[in-house]
Design a binder for this molecule. Structure first.
Ligand code: SF4
Ligand code: FES
Length: 322
């Protein structure tokens, strides 16, 4: 028997499966899919070091393993905890988990402005979806909210620090995908913020991907800002010959015009193949692309709810023709 033949049996929300040793509980749950999958706001499978920051993926381990069946004494972050043979995990069926998750959402929203009606991320914001599924309708927080001096991080990317949940994904993208990281997490405690220290522009060839990995509206695309609500756009798979990246993207169309370009994401909102700045920001003419056909949005989202309206309300469309 080789090492690769060894499998661990694990039960998540009553569903049994076999996984390779070294798999995290979160990735094991993703093999089951559906309601068994805990939400994840900071973990990102293609980014080394991600996970362990947000606590939205907490689960209850009711049986540690076959060898040591004792339950784990407290809820654990499923994105960081490895499975053991015989482990039993409760996610959606655990009252403790649901209560803790509601608490995490409350914490994440303490300083987050309720500006969804004007936020470009609305409709594809993981925090909005998380709050809808696990949040409460009011807050117990009475104190002044955190505010930050606005900083300009360049011509393509808009930073709204008050919306940031400090998941670190954008920092890992800049570290692992671009040739020089220009931003990071500065300060400590409730003064912690994303910044460039001495004001600088983020201008690496692949830096636009921070927009796609940001789970909230803290980093948005300046070339799409306030042009339309995403649910009025039609996402289409498209590709082009690009010398910098693979050129496989989603073009979000309003009528015949490309309103924005993003990378293709899977059902967990994770980018499959990162795209370069040129594809994302500079190729907005439909003749730049070979359009393959409508993209199937297979995560729960208001984007698919409208089934890509043919006639988006014209008053929401302010395409920049310049
Ligand atoms: S800006 Fe977005 S991606 Fe970066 S740490 Fe904040 S929430 Fe995460
Ligand atoms: S996704 Fe596990 S701690 Fe954030």
């Amino acid at each position: 028997m080789t090492d690769s033949d060894i499998k661990f049996k694990i039960i998540i929300d009553g569903i049994q499966l076999e996984v390779d040793p070294g798999t995290t509980i979160l990735n094991a749950a993703r093999l089951i899919g559906g309601e068994a999958v805990p939400p994840a706001m900071c973990y990102y499978s293609s980014l080394d070091g991600s996970g362990g920051k947000c606590r939205t993926c907490l689960v209850e381990v009711v049986k540690g393993s076959e060898k040591d069946p004792r339950p784990m004494p407290k809820l654990v972050a499923s994105c960081m905890t490895l499975v053991a043979d015989g482990m039993e995990v409760n996610n959606k069926i655990s009252e403790k988990v649901l209560e803790a998750r509601a608490g995490v959402v409350e914490f994440l929203l303490i300083n987050h402005p309720l500006d969804c009606p004007i936020c470009d991320q609305a409709g594809e914001c993981d925090l909005q979806n998380l709050a809808y599924a696990h949040g409460k309708s009011n807050t117990r927080y009475d104190f002044e909210r955190r505010t930050f001096d606005k900083i300009d991080i360049g011509e393509y990317i808009k930073l709204h620090m008050t919306r940031c949940i400090l998941c670190y994904r954008c920092v890992y993208v800049a570290n692992q995908l671009t040739d020089k990281r220009e931003h990071g997490i500065l300060m400590r405690g409730d003064a912690t913020e994303i910044g460039t220290f001495i004001e600088k522009n983020l201008k690496n060839d692949f830096i636009g991907n921070v927009i796609d990995v940001c789970p909230v509206g803290a980093l948005t695309d300046k070339t799409f800002r306030f042009k339309s609500r995403v649910w009025y756009t039609k996402p289409m798979d498209a590709h082009r010959n690009c010398s910098c990246c693979k050129g496989k993207a989603v073009v979000w169309m309003i009528g015949d015009e490309i309103a924005r370009v993003t990378a293709r994401k899977d059902q967990y909102g994770e980018v499959k193949e990162f795209i370069c700045n040129e594809c994302r920001f500079e190729k907005k003419d439909k003749f730049d692309w070979t359009i393959e056909g409508p993209r199937n949005i297979d995560r729960s989202s208001v984007i698919s709810a409208n089934h890509y309206l043919e006639d988006a309300p014209k008053h929401t469309i302010l395409l920049n023709k310049a």
